[in-house]
Design a protein around this ligand. Structure first.
Ligand code: SF4
Ligand code: SF4
Length: 307
């Protein structure tokens, strides 16, 4: 049967990563997300399509972008750099080409699945020698399920181990298709209380928890990634609830990776000329994280910090 080319939108491909699964990984970050977490560290990954993002600190105020923009989507404020009105921008890229100071940058590449796989395959020997592989991450990769499926299936066919880094908020039918070609799932649990989950991420957690159960019941190895966000989910009650939920999922669970909140995301938002919706205060000290590690270790085989 003739295979149709599958396209998707890639935010970035990073090589030799050690954080997103075992061994050395090639991590493919896709654009688009079903959630809108207030503390999101990757605002450039949220929208599904390529977009122009300003680096306000680079702007010299020359005004070239204003001259070339056909839709009036770009404005430049003294001292604040360029701003893009997403409703007006047609992504024609005239401003990106005109700016000599790299103050306007295109984020997101439209790629064929086979192009992504070709890039991943460059690292195949490193994967094999280190016990690594490819990790598909986001944004939320399952916002582009056919693209993920095509990449994962082709990688598996080439003997490359595969991991999926997901928030779990995706139709089960899509997840099930991808799981056929997935060696490891890294699954986010942000909050066990459904109302709070909706308050901080824009969606409830019912589908997420249901999908976690379904993945575990298929026996696909799964690690849970749990952000520790001060003022949002950092209560003993939440950790107890998450630990008991994960423990009940059985042998498929490999462990938990705790991801303590870090305030560096605020600098990224400033660089992009965006308001950070969750300033959240200082980063967490080891003493803040230690009790959470102890609590989870009573319920799961392994706990790491940083993932
Ligand atoms: S964004 Fe670039 S082109 Fe526009 S005013 Fe700033 S430096 Fe000039
Ligand atoms: S990409 Fe095109 S439409 Fe969008 S702000 Fe730049 S010049 Fe204007």
């Amino acid at each position: 049967m003739e295979q149709h080319p599958v396209f998707g939108v890639v935010n970035d491909i990073q090589r030799m990563c050690t954080c997103d699964g075992p061994g050395f990984r090639t991590v493919v970050f896709l654009k688009g997300c079903y959630l809108d977490c207030r503390w999101c560290h990757n605002p450039e990954g949220k929208r599904r399509f390529p977009e122009v993002i300003p680096y306000v600190g680079n702007c010299e105020g020359c005004g070239e972008c204003l001259t070339v923009c056909p839709t009036g989507a770009v404005t430049v404020d003294d001292g604040l750099g360029p701003r893009i009105d997403r409703g007006l921008c047609s992504t024609c890229l005239q401003c990106v080409k005109a700016c000599k100071y790299d103050a306007l940058v295109l984020w997101g590449r439209i790629m064929l699945a086979e192009q992504v796989v070709a890039e991943v395959e460059l690292d195949k020997m490193i994967h094999v020698n280190s016990g690594g592989g490819v990790t598909i991450s986001g944004g939320e990769p399952m916002a582009q399920p056919d693209f993920v499926l095509a990449i994962m299936a082709a990688c598996k066919a080439r003997g490359i181990s595969t991991a999926l880094d997901t928030c779990g908020h995706a139709p089960w039918e899509d997840l099930k298709r991808v799981l056929e070609y997935t060696d490891l799932v890294m699954f986010d649990i942000k909050q066990m209380d459904g109302h709070k989950h909706r308050e901080y991420s824009g969606v409830g957690n019912e589908l997420i928890l249901e999908n976690a159960k379904r993945i575990a019941s298929l026996g696909v190895p799964i690690r849970f990634r749990i952000p520790i966000i001060p003022g949002s989910n950092d209560s003993t009650r939440n950790w107890e609830s998450a630990a008991r939920f994960i423990e009940c999922l059985g042998d498929a669970v490999l462990g938990v990776d705790l991801l303590p909140y870090h305030p560096f995301a605020g600098g990224k938002y400033r660089a992009f000329g965006m308001d950070y919706p969750y300033p959240g205060g200082e980063g967490l000290a080891d003493d803040d994280v230690a009790p959470v590690i102890d609590l989870f270790l009573k319920h799961v085989p392994e706990v790491t910090v940083g993932g």
